[in-house]
Design a protein around this ligand. Structure first.
Ligand SMILES: Cc1cc2nc3c(=O)[nH]c(=O)nc-3n(C[C@H](O)[C@H](O)[C@H](O)COP(=O)(O)O)c2cc1C
Length: 360
C-alpha cells in the first residue's frame, strides 16, 4: 500500500497511517477488526463495553467476565498483528477503573476514553507504556482534562480525540446542540482544541496531537483535517461496513439500506444523546417512552435503573445477535446513508489513503 501521509506519533508510538478505527461497543470492534486495521498501518481499537456478557445477557459476574474477555481480545489482536492496538473505555462505566488497569497491564498501546471525564486515567496506567487519550467535544473540556491531569499527576494527554456532532454512538453534546450544529462544526471545534493544545505544547515542551472524529467519510475529509493541523483522524461507521467487522450480516445490511430518514438521535441511560438507526425497537421506544428491563449488574455510573427508559447494554448487545437486530440500538454516524457496500479493511484503507494523498 502506498502511503505518503504523515505518520501519527503518539509519544513513542508510531502509527504509520494516521487513521484510527474508533472503538465500537458492544462487541462491534473486536480483535479481528482492530488487527486488520493495524495490519494496514492504522490503529485498531477494541471496545471494552459489553465484553463481559455471554449470549447477550449481562451476567452477574460482569466485572470479572469483562476483565477476562478484554485480556483475551487484546491477546487475540496481538496474535493477529504487530501494529498499534488500543482499547476504548467509556468513563461512565462502573468498572472503568478495573478495565483501564486491565488494558494497561495487558499491554494495550493506548486507551481512548470518553462519555464522561476520565480524570483518574493517569494513575490507572502508571508504570506501563500505555498512552492515554481522552475524547473531548469542546475546547473547554480539553482544557479541563489537561489542567486536571497536569495538576494532579504532572502528566499530559498523549493525544486528544476531538469528536464532533456527526459521529455515531454517544455524543458529547445536548440533543438541542446536535440539532443546531452546522455540518462543519467539527472543523470549528478542532480549531479551538488546537489552540488549547498548542498553548500547552509551547509552555511545557510536550506534544499533544489532535485526532479528529465524527462524520469523516472519505479521504477528502481526512486531508481537510490533516491540513488544518490535526495529526490523525478516527473513523467508526466506515469500519463497520467491512468484512472483518464481527457484527452479523443483518447489522451491516442496515447500514447499506439506511437513508437519511433512518438516522435518529435517541436518549440513552448513559446520560448523553446517541445517534442510531431507526430500528423497530427505536420506533416502539419513541411511541411508548420505555422498555422494561431487569438489571443484574449496574454497568453505568449514570444509569438510574428505576427511571432509565431501557437497558442500553442489553439493547446494544441485541444488535450483535443476528435474530435481534431489529430489537436493538444500532449506532451509526450521520454519513451512514452513504455506505453502499461491504469491503475488506484493506480495500477501505487503500481507498482512504489514496484519496487523502491526492487531496493533501
Ligand atoms: C456502532 C458504534 C458503536 C460505538 N461505540 C462506541 C464506544 O463504545 N465508545 C466510544 O467512545 N465511541 C463509540 N463509538 C464512536 C466511534 O468510536 C467513533 O468515534 C465515531 O463512530 C466516529 O464517527 P463516524 O462513525 O462518523 O466515523 C461508536 C460508534 C458506532 C458507529
Amino acid at each position: 500500500m502506498s502511503n505518503k501521509l504523515p505518520p501519527l506519533h503518539i509519544g513513542d508510538l508510531v502509527i504509520p497511517v494516521p487513521i484510527i478505527q474508533g472503538g465500537m461497543g458492544a462487541k462491534v470492534s473486536t480483535a479481528a477488526l482492530a488487527a486488520a486495521v493495524a495490519n494496514c498501518g492504522g490503529a485498531g481499537t477494541i471496545a471494552s463495553v459489553g465484553l463481559g456478557s455471554k449470549a447477550g445477557i449481562i451476567e452477574a459476574n460482569y466485572v470479572q467476565g469483562s476483565r477476562e474477555a478484554l485480556i483475551r481480545e487484546i491477546q487475540d489482536a496481538r496474535s493477529l498483528s504487530t501494529g498499534a492496538i488500543g482499547v476504548n473505555i467509556l468513563a461512565a462505566l462502573t468498572n472503568f477503573e478495573d478495565l483501564a488497569r486491565t488494558a494497561a497491564q495487558a499491554g494495550a498501546d493506548y486507551i481512548i476514553s470518553g462519555a464522561g471525564l476520565p480524570l483518574r486515567l493517569p494513575e490507572l496506567v502508571e508504570g506501563t507504556k500505555t498512552k492515554i487519550i481522552p475524547i473531548v467535544s469542546s475546547a473547554r473540556v480539553a482544557r479541563l482534562i489537561i489542567k486536571s491531569w497536569y495538576k494532579r499527576y504532572n502528566r499530559f494527554p498523549d493525544a486528544v480525540v476531538v469528536e464532533g456532532p456527526l459521529a455515531g454512538g454517544h455524543l458529547g453534546f445536548s440533543a438541542e446542540e446536535v440539532e443546531a450544529q452546522e455540518d462543519d462544526a467539527l472543523e470549528d471545534i478542532v480549531r479551538d482544541v488546537l489552540n488549547v493544545t498548542r498553548e500547552y505544547e509551547s509552555e511545557h515542551s510536550v506534544k499533544i496531537p489532535v485526532i479528529a472524529a465524527g462524520g469523516i467519510f472519505d479521504g477528502k475529509d481526512i486531508a481537510r483535517f490533516l491540513k488544518m493541523g490535526a495529526q490523525g483522524v478516527q473513523l467508526g461507521t466506515r469500519f463497520v461496513a467491512t468484512d472483518e467487522c464481527a457484527v452479523p450480516a443483518a447489522f451491516k445490511q442496515k447500514y447499506i439500506d439506511a437513508t437519511e430518514d433512518d438516522i435518529v438521535i435517541i436518549k440513552s441511560p448513559v446520560g448523553l444523546p446517541g445517534r442510531a438507526l431507526k430500528t423497530q425497537f427505536i420506533k416502539e421506544l419513541f411511541a411508548n417512552g420505555r422498555k422494561k428491563f431487569t438489571c443484574n449488574y449496574h454497568c453505568l455510573k449514570t444509569c438510574d435503573i428505576r427511571t432509565a427508559p431501557y437497558c442500553i447494554g442489553q439493547q446494544m448487545l441485541n444488535a450483535v445477535d443476528e435474530k435481534l437486530v431489529d430489537d436493538a440500538v444500532v449506532f451509526a454516524g450521520q454519513n451512514v446513508y452513504r455506505v453502499k457496500e461491504i469491503v475488506s479493511v484493506k480495500a477501505l484503507m487503500d481507498e482512504l489513503v489514496a484519496e487523502a494523498e491526492a487531496n493533501l
